[in-house]
Design a protein around this ligand. Structure first.
Ligand code: ADP
Ligand code: MG
Length: 675
């Protein structure tokens, strides 16, 4: 039975059961859905004369020397033999395989699978496996207590149940996109009869995965959009407020504001993502949405990923809206319990209309009187789940998500498949481009001089080193040492501050505040300054080991300068001159369009790294790759749309398997558990 307990499967038993369970494998079906991490090709046999240094291959050969077995010392022996296939010879060595000597048949032809090393023209193979069954072998991700051989045996026993697996994709879709059947796919993902069959199996499974993912996201969106929200339609103060601004809004800002406000005046709940390059002016857009919420008798909350950012938003939004008679509060983790309680009170009794804060907003003590608009800034820092956690504090509030990470359209369809998208594709007029240079160590002295010149003109400088917190590679310049070095040498007489991810929020804030008010001239930091901070007097951004950063990240960092009236510069120090590095740096020096940069980054660096290690809160994919299987993303997206047109909430019995699979897929995300 497909649902047979794992301990019932021959080869597992009571003794090994716990190892399988540790991998999350409780039934035969779980086993069949646990896919190999890679494969060993023991199916193709290479001629010895064609062997290449470093490759792992199969050869088929007979012995041409006697079998030597020697004991070096207690616990260490080696076995040697030379074999040939008549195109060349290979010197084979094993360690501690004494039993081999006894059983080895010198006249027999064996297949050896192992790694080739060529030393002084001598072809060697160390500790090869003698292959009995020459085929493609799966390699599974395992924990201690299990070996590949045991695991494969058990898997072979499970494969017997394969015809009990229900087909999940409708025949119509399988035909249209030429996808193989589920049993064929599962069989061949585990024990591929050929690489071609493996490709077919993978294709189908990847398609299905992306199909289910997109269906799930579409359903989430449907489910939210059928919910009723409070219509927020009092725009009476909007025009007057816009007149008070020291600048006029860009066309793009006006368009996006209109999109947001017309969503909000509906009882259909808003789910909108605003994408806009650094500096495109997203804050004011959010402020206007919150003004309308407040004027419509509701509360609005805005969540930012860091304390610094929350504070800056608080200050600028208070600057904008307090004069409009709106009461605004700040709520962050570093506030004292007493301060927090006071804010909790104001929120609960409705004295405060707008709350700006960090994750602290998600705490259970926070209860709103009438939360109808939720804004999250820099969305890629939050998981999908946190976004909805804040929403749950209200009674189906309208949702506005803002991000500066320019995401290519295809990707945003997936990552934000449950949101409508508005794009601010225009910067305010008069923004000067930031002159960007990619340099190497030979320019160090000149750059140091340049720093001094900027400082003596009264400007401030950011110096960014790659993360201390995530990557402790010794070769990276530790930001700490570097700051000391600068302070004591090149930048003697100026004040150098240091900020990094391991510091307490309070200390970070303190440093940022001193940088913002000019007490600190040069700020050495890890990427913690990446998002949103605004110090208009800073005119120079120096990035060390720039090759370690994603281009989009570099672009965000660069966006910290050029915020004031001063001509601004970005210097990218980079080591090593691989072609890719050079191309990437060239893009940075030539382009200031965040979207173009993001697309190029995807193209050059491989998309896996696009979002770094950051969680986006979506289900994990086992076969498909969101970034490189772009074509598959599109096709499966079409198929998902098609299905949802026919059966919006998957209530048809023919779609029951799909529905169940989606629920399983989203189980860890918690997204389907709630409303
Ligand atoms: P981001 O989109 O990166 O969050 P901000 O909202 O922080 O950008 O805006 C960056 C700066 O541009 C702020 O100082 C803001 O006051 C200013 N700004 C916003 N909109 C305009 C505009 N239409 N014209 C001129 N300056 C603007
Ligand atoms: Mg911002």
């Amino acid at each position: 039975m497909l649902n047979a307990e794992i301990s019932q499967i021959s080869g597992v038993g009571k003794y090994r059961e716990r190892h399988f369970k540790r991998l999350g494998l409780h039934t035969a079906y779980d086993m069949l859905c646990y896919f190999p991490r890679s494969y060993e090709d023991r199916s193709t046999i290479k001629r010895i004369c064609d062997l290449i240094d470093g490759e792992t291959v199969c050869i088929k050969a007979t012995a041409c020397t006697v079998f030597k077995s020697r004991r070096v010392r207690r616990g260490l022996s080696y076995q040697k033999i030379t074999v040939t296939d008549n195109t060349g010879v290979v010197f084979i060595t094993w360690f501690n395989q004494d039993y081999l000597a006894k059983n080895f048949d010198l006249s027999a032809e064996y297949i050896y699978y192992g790694k080739i090393a060529v030393k002084n023209g001598r072809v060697e193979m160390n500790s090869p496996v003698i292959v009995k069954d020459n085929k493609i072998e799966p390699v599974y991700p395992l924990t201690s207590g299990l070996t590949q051989n045991i695991f494969r045996k058990v898997m072979e026993n499970c494969i017997g149940y394969i015809n009990q697996i229900p087909e999940s994709l409708p025949a119509r879709i399988r035909e249209k996109y030429t996808l193989c059947a589920i049993d064929y796919a599962i069989d061949n993902i585990h024990f591929p009869k050929s690489f071609e069959k493996l490709t077919h199996a993978r294709y189908r499974l990847a398609f299905e995965e992306l199909f289910l993912l997109q269906l799930g996201l579409r359903m989430l969106k449907k489910r939210r959009t059928v919910l009723t929200a409070k219509a927020l339609c009092n725009r009476a103060n909007v025009e007057g407020f816009i007149k008070t601004l020291p600048f006029s809004l860009t066309r793009a800002q006006n368009r996006v504001i209109e999109e947001i406000l017309s969503d909000m005046q509906n009882v259909r709940v808003m789910n909108r993502l605003v994408q806009g390059d650094v500096g495109s002016g997203k804050t004011i857009v959010a402020a206007i949405a919150m003004l309308v919420a407040a004027d419509s008798g509701a509360q609005a909350a805005m969540m930012a990923p860091t304390e610094i950012l929350a504070q800056q938003h608080y200050q600028s939004i208070r600057g904008y809206l307090e004069k409009m008679g709106v009461k605004i509060s700040l709520l962050t983790g570093s506030m004292s319990p007493k301060q927090k309680l006071a804010v909790y009170d104001e929120i609960k009794n409705g004295q405060v209309q707008i709350v700006i804060g960090t994750h602290a907003l998600l705490q259970s003590g926070v209860e709103f009187k009438n939360l109808c608009l939720v804004v999250t800034d820099e969305q890629h820092r939050f998981g999908v789940k946190q976004r909805s956690a804040l929403a749950e504090k209200g009674n189906t509030p309208h949702l506005l998500v803002m991000t500066a990470t320019p995401i290519p359209r295809t990707l945003s369809l997936i990552l934000y498949g449950d949101l409508d998208v508005s794009i601010i594709d225009e910067l305010p007029p008069g923004r000067k481009t930031i002159e960007t240079y990619a340099v190497n160590e030979s320019m160090r002295k000149r750059i140091n001089k340049f720093m001094l010149r900027q400082l003596s003109e009264g400007r401030q400088i950011y110096i960014v080193c790659p993360l201390v917190e995530e990557n402790e590679d010794l070769e990276l310049k530790a930001a700490t040492e570097y700051a000391d070095h600068l302070q004591n040498n090149v930048l003697k007489g100026f004040s150098v501050g240091l900020i990094h991810g391991r510091m307490k929020a309070k200390d970070k804030d303190d440093i940022m505040r001193r940088f913002a008010n000019g007490q600190i001239n040069v700020l050495v930091s890890t990427t913690v300054i990446e998002v949103g901070v605004n110090v208009p007097n800073a005119s120079l951004m120096i990035i060390e080991n720039a090759e370690r950063f994603g281009l989009s990240q570099l672009h965000q960092l660069r966006g910290r300068v050029g915020r004031g009236e001063w001509k601004s510069y970005c210097i990218l120090f980079c080591e090593g001159g691989s072609d890719i590095t050079r191309q990437r740096m060239k893009i940075m020096t030539e382009t200031s369009d965040g979207f173009k940069i993001a697309e190029k980054d995807l193209e050059l660096r491989g998309p896996g790294e696009f979002f770094g290690t950051r969680q986006h809160g979506l289900p994990e994919l086992k076969v498909a790759n969101l970034y490189s299987d772009m074509d598959l993303v599109k096709k499966s997206g079409q198929a998902a749309n098609d299905l949802i047109m026919r059966d919006p909430m998957l209530e048809n019995s023919e779609n029951a398997v799909i529905k169940k699979k989606i629920e399983d897929m989203f189980a860890q995300t918690g997204l389907f558990g709630q409303n």
